[in-house]
Design a protein around this ligand. Structure first.
Ligand code: SAH
Length: 345
């Protein structure tokens, strides 16, 4: 069955016209889907004959929330979703003063192998479809009765390793007849696939690019993030410069601080020399401990010292506020607990 939720408006138009229906029906179906309706019967402006055709030949897929946790500390909500094939992904809804942000997953698992990351431990199972990425937003908006202002692609998976589906998702979520979230309110986070950053630049939308940098020296970065052996820091930063030239967007760099590994003065100084003069923002994040992980978060004192060095040298650096600390809100944790319970990771 064809999943209409994964289709952009153009594809829906081809689908309806190829099957003998007028083009404008596609716009109606598209609007209904993104308003969150669950059945074709609810699309009350479609003729009965078309509803019958759709029931036989198409579907609207849904993720199901298997578990939901609400933080007593700050209201952060975390969902563990079961997909149609029984796989699990997670997403998180955070409330900021400017509105609600959803952090979505883009793959079941991940093949990037970052040493400190829970989501990559069992490798990549499969890519999410555009519909499965989108549905994490539709589900939360409906369940919490909120409108979502911002999207960050920082959940499970490497979005640029699933670029085609991610681009389709972005186009659908941005569409005026869809949820209509502006590209400026969407961040795509990557471990550093420089070739795909260049492809994203060709798409030329003002999407915020977020780079998981985590180390300023190639040997150190390669030991934490295998992707660095393919695209080293220089290549990655060159791709970021090119992205910025095309889109004019400020780049965001994520830097997860690990005690005694990447939080030294030398690392801070090297980071300064890499990023000085660039239009960018640095997010410092104390590493979250993962199961069987050997990485510990840096102390509050080292984090402040690290931040001070960056700021004194003119860089824009903030320490990320921890949200949902009581509900294991950082990604990968619920899914791996669940898989452990089912005995397959
Ligand atoms: N694959 C993409 C997006 C998913 S990870 C990427 O690498 O950017 C989202 C962010 O969480 C990344 O910056 C990632 O490096 C970071 N992260 C992963 N595990 C972490 C941990 N244990 N503690 C803190 N940050 C972590």
């Amino acid at each position: 069955m064809i999943d209409l939720k994964s289709k952009n408006l153009q594809e829906l138009e081809s689908f309806v016209t190829e099957n003998g229906f007028p083009r404008f029906r596609a716009g109606q179906i598209f609007a209904w889907i993104h308003r969150g309706v669950r059945t074709f019967e609810e699309m009350t402006d479609l003729p009965k004959s078309m509803i019958a055709f759709l029931n036989e030949n198409a579907q609207i897929s849904f993720v199901q929330a298997e578990q939901k946790f609400v933080s007593a500390l700050d209201g952060t909500v975390k969902y563990l979703y079961r997909l149609n094939d029984g796989n699990f992904v997670e997403s998180v809804v955070m409330k900021y003063h400017h509105g609600y942000t959803v952090c979505v997953s883009s793959q079941v698992g991940c093949r990037m192998g970052c040493a400190f990351c829970q989501s990559t431990k069992g490798g990549k199972i499969r890519d999410l479809t555009p519909a499965e990425i989108l549905d994490q937003i539709l589900y939360a908006a409906r369940d919490l009765n909120i409108s979502i202002g911002n999207i960050v692609m920082m959940g499970i998976g490497e979005p640029l390793d699933n670029l085609e589906n991610v681009l389709k998702f972005l186009e659908i979520v941005n569409h005026p007849k869809g949820i209509c979230i502006g590209y400026r309110h969407i961040s795509v986070s990557t471990c550093g696939l420089a070739d795909k950053i260049r492809l994203l630049a060709q798409y030329n939308k003002p999407i915020t690019l977020s780079i998981s940098l985590h180390a300023p020296f190639d040997d150190l970065r390669s030991s934490m993030m295998p992707v660095n052996k393919k695209f080293n820091i220089k290549t990655l930063l060159q791709a970021c410069d090119d992205y910025q030239k095309v889109t004019g967007r400020r780049i965001s760099f994520e830097y997860t601080l690990v005690d005694g590994v990447n939080d030294s003065r030398a690392c801070a100084m090297e980071l300064v020399s890499l990023l000085k003069g660039k239009l960018c923002h640095i997010n410092l994040i104390p590493v979250n401990k993962i199961q069987n992980g050997t990485f510990d978060p840096s102390s509050q004192k080292s984090i402040s010292a690290f931040q001070d060095i960056l700021i004194r040298h003119g860089l824009n650096a903030t320490v990320r506020r921890t949200l949902g600390a009581d509900i294991a809100a950082s990604c990968g944790q619920l899914r791996s607990k669940r898989i452990e319970k089912e005995g397959s990771l």
